[in-house]
Design a protein around this ligand. Structure first.
Ligand SMILES: CN1CCCC[C@@H]1Cn1ccc2ccc(-c3n[nH]c(N)c3C#N)cc21
Length: 243
């Protein structure tokens, strides 16, 4: 997979060079290119924004600059690509989204700032046959799209073959079965007079699996009952329903 990110703050994306993702890039498991949007300005001030038509607070990002940038970074043509535009007005970005995008050959992220990007940029991309997803990482307001891109790139990249040391991690993590993950423990057996639950030290794998499922069901019911409601009818067996 190749990932391109267009932004006026390239340094915001430096964390993509660190740790797990940095190693995955070094190993050639994915490519990441970050582009400074000001590269496609032509004026001495490198202006990327202008006042909004219709008035209102703040500024809007200019279509000309974004159009030239995306013409170069995301040329229409045979190679399928998906343009992702983070916005608080977007559809929710979920683990399901991450899984779907993990199958893409190319993802291009357009990081807006100010009040956002002129709508015609998205209309033009769609008119050129490019898939455009406007997505939000949560119901709160950020200052720009860069942090959302860090979140989404990590969520997608960790699903790519070979990126995680143990492929079971991605298969078994939170949301994989529609539930939140339960509590985890490691050594020592007792810490500040708090003991690891006996079942986890007992070696009975069936009992451990049952205990973990019960804790995941309890936590999901307590913190995210909406996830329980969204499960398919046959997702919970009698033992689950007794929790
Ligand atoms: C505040 N300011 C005026 C109101 C509109 C948004 C704007 C700031 N802003 C500009 C570009 C941009 C992109 C994403 C987000 C964003 N916020 N919250 C999310 N879950 C986001 C995502 N994903 C915010 C952005």
């Amino acid at each position: 997979m190749r990932i391109d990110v267009v932004t006026i703050f390239p340094a915001y994306l430096d964390p993509l060079r660190e740790a797990l993702l940095g190693r995955a890039v070094e190993r050639g498991l994915l490519e990441i290119a970050v582009h400074d949007l000001r590269r496609w300005t032509h004026d001495v001030h490198q202006a990327v924004d202008d006042a909004p038509y219709g008035g209102g607070p703040g500024m809007v990002m200019r279509p000309q600059v974004w159009g030239e940038a995306l013409d170069e970074v995301l040329p229409a043509g045979p190679q399928p690509a998906r343009l992702v535009v983070p916005t608080p007005a977007g559809r929710p970005f979920t683990q399901t989204t991450a899984r779907a995008w993990a199958d893409e050959q190319r993802l291009v992220f357009a990081c807006g700032r100010y009040e956002g990007i002129d709508e015609r940029v998205l209309l033009d991309a769609r008119a050129r046959g490019i898939e455009v997803d406007e997505v939000s990482i949560g119901d709160y307001v950020l200052v720009g799209g860069e942090v959302a891109v860090l979140v989404m790139v990590e969520a997608v990249a960790r699903l790519l073959p070979g990126v995680l040391g143990n492929p079971r991690s991605a298969a078994e993590d939170s949301f994989s079965d529609g539930l939140l993950e339960g509590p985890s423990y490691t050594r020592p057996e007792t810490w500040r007079e708090l003991a690891v639950p006996d079942v986890l030290r007992g070696g009975n794998h069936a009992a451990i699996a049952r205990w973990r499922r019960d804790r995941a069901l309890e936590r999901t019911r307590d913190r995210r009952p909406d996830l329980l409601d969204a499960l398919p009818p046959d997702a919970l067996d009698a033992a689950d329903r007794a929790v």
